[in-house]
Structure formats: structure tokens, C-alpha cells
Design a protein around this ligand. Structure first.
Ligand SMILES: *[C@@H]1O[C@H](CO)[C@@H](O)[C@H](O)[C@H]1NC(C)=O
Length: 213
């Protein structure tokens, strides 16, 4: 009787060793499955589009507190009617309204390059970094050609991070205000972008509309 009990004990212990690696594997599979669920729910199944409105305060050299500086130029730049080759770096304040004293929501940072020999047009390469509310820390990357004389400039939303992972869309840039005497311009960006995860709302300060894809 004792012998049978011992054999039973050995079998139980042996089966624990056999099962152990399977359990570890099962746990690993579980986390991979969870990751897939996250990707599916977050990116494919429940993708949403947000319309964001933000205002960018462009303070050029000549203003008492500039946030845009020229960092490079080409041999042709001084004699070019379009300032071809001039590159500026910007770190402009972003607010939720056109007034510079309205709620700060982030910064827009990056490069603008005068890149057209014939007309005034700039190649933009900008990251919007949000610094307030639930989108704090998330970014949207914007690329595109900005023909300065156009009333509306359409730019590409090339991607994003945080809430704006997998972002794609476009942005319309318009000039709200420009004062050559103080080297101060206000640009409005209306951004249509996909996003996932967090459910954005008007209370987030930059969102004016949400649509389901
Ligand atoms: C945004 O996040 C940073 C880093 O986590 C934090 O220091 C800061 O206080 C946050 N800002 C707001 C307005 O919540």
C-alpha cells in the first residue's frame, strides 16, 4: 500500500516538472495574445479621427522674446528672391485660442527650410508636443510644403506618439494674425488625425470633433 502511495507521489512530482515549462509557455502566449488584443482594439477595431484646433505663436528675431532663429543659409540665400536655402529652427508656444494668453497646450518645434527657387515656399518638418491635460507628452509630427502666399496651406500628419501612435491625417494652416512691426505671427492649425486608445473629448482643450472611422 505504501509502495503504491510512493509511486503516486513520484508521478505527481514528475507531472509537476512536465507541466511547469508548459505553464511558462502558456503565460508567454497569454501576454502575446494580450498585445494582439491591444493592437486590434486600439489600432484597427476602434480607430477614431479627431479634429484639433491649435494656435501657434511665431516670434521672429526682432521681437523682444524670439522663439524662431535662422540657423543656416546657402551662398545663394542673400541674393535669392525666395531666400532659398535659409533654414530656421522654431520652438513656438501653442495655445488653444488665438490670444497668446489663452490656455497653453504645448510647443511646436522643428525646422522650416526655404526650398523653392521660384516662389516663397517652405519645407516644414515640425513636431507638436502637448504639455497639458490627458494628451500631455503625446506628439504629432507634421511635414509638408507651405506656399506662403496661399490662404490655406495643407500639410501631412506623418505620425505621432502616445495618444497619437499610428497617426495619419492632414493639417490646414492659416494665418490668424501677422504684425511685421513686432515680428509676431499667429498661425492656426486645424488638424484631422487618427488616434487610438484614450477617448478624447472637447474638455481636452484642443479637440473640437471626434468621428469613428
Ligand atoms: C505634463 O507631464 C509632465 C511630465 O510627466 C509633468 O511634469 C507636468 O506637470 C505635466 N503638465 C501638466 C499641465 O499636467
Amino acid at each position: 500500500m505504501a509502495k503504491i502511495a510512493n509511486i503516486g507521489l513520484i508521478l505527481i512530482i514528475a507531472s509537476l516538472f512536465l507541466l511547469a515549462p508548459n505553464n511558462v509557455y502558456a503565460r508567454k502566449q497569454g501576454s502575446a495574445a494580450e498585445e494582439l488584443t491591444f493592437l486590434h482594439d486600439g489600432c484597427l477595431g476602434k480607430e477614431k479621427v479627431a479634429k484639433l484646433e491649435i494656435y501657434v505663436h511665431d516670434l521672429r528675431v526682432g521681437n523682444p522674446t524670439p522663439t524662431v532663429y535662422e540657423v543656416a543659409a546657402a551662398s545663394i540665400t542673400p541674393n535669392s528672391p525666395t531666400s532659398f536655402g535659409s533654414i530656421h529652427v522654431a520652438d513656438d508656444l501653442v495655445t488653444s485660442g488665438p490670444d497668446i494668453n489663452s490656455a497653453a497646450v504645448g510647443r511646436i518645434q522643428g525646422l522650416t527650410t526655404s526650398a523653392d527657387l521660384a516662389v516663397n515656399a517652405v519645407a516644414l518638418n515640425l513636431n507638436i508636443v502637448f504639455t497639458a491635460g490627458r494628451v500631455n507628452g503625446s506628439t504629432i509630427s507634421i511635414l509638408g510644403r507651405n506656399q506662403v502666399s496661399d490662404a490655406q496651406r495643407e500639410l501631412a500628419v506623418a505620425g505621432g506618439t502616445g495618444v497619437f501612435r499610428f497617426a495619419r491625417g492632414y493639417a490646414i494652416q492659416t494665418t490668424t494674425y501677422y504684425d511685421a512691426a513686432t515680428f509676431y505671427g499667429v498661425f492656426k492649425y486645424t488638424i484631422y488625425t487618427t488616434y487610438q486608445g484614450l477617448k478624447l473629448a472637447e474638455s481636452d482643450g484642443v479637440v473640437v470633433e471626434i468621428a469613428q472611422m
